[in-house]
Design a binder for this molecule. Sequence first.
Ligand code: THU
Length: 122
Amino acid sequence: MTDEELYRRAVEVSERAYAPYSNYLVGAVALARDGRVFEGVNVENAAYPLGVCAERSVLSRAVVEGARPGDIEAVGITASPCGGCRQWLFEFGVDRVTFRNPKGEIVTYAPRELLPEAWDEL
Ligand code: THU
C-alpha cells in the first residue's frame, strides 16, 4: 500500500470517528512491516480532555494485536498530528507519516522531522 493509499484509507476510516463535541472526524491507518493494516479514529468524551486522538487510537490497536515499536512502517492520517501524537509516532519508530497539512497538501515526513531534538528516554 502506498503512502497515498494509506491516506485515502484513513479518510474512509474517519467516518467511524466518535467526535460529537468537536465534530472533527479524524482517521488514522497504520501499515505494519508484516503487511497488516490497523485502523484508528478519534474517540471523544463529555469530559473533553479524556478524548483520544486517531493516531494514539491506531497505535494502541496495533499494540493490542501484538505490534511493538519498530513494527510499523507507515501511518496515514487525515489531520496534521498534534504534538503528543508526534511523540507517540516517534516512539513507535514509524518510518513515514503521511497527512493532509493545513494548506491541503498531502505530505510525508519521518517522525524525527516532525519532532526535532525529540526527547527520548533511551
Ligand atoms: N485529533 C486527532 O484525532 N488527531 C490529530 O492529529 C488532531 C486532533 C482529534 C482530537 C479531537 O477529538 C478532535 O480531533 C479535535 O481536536
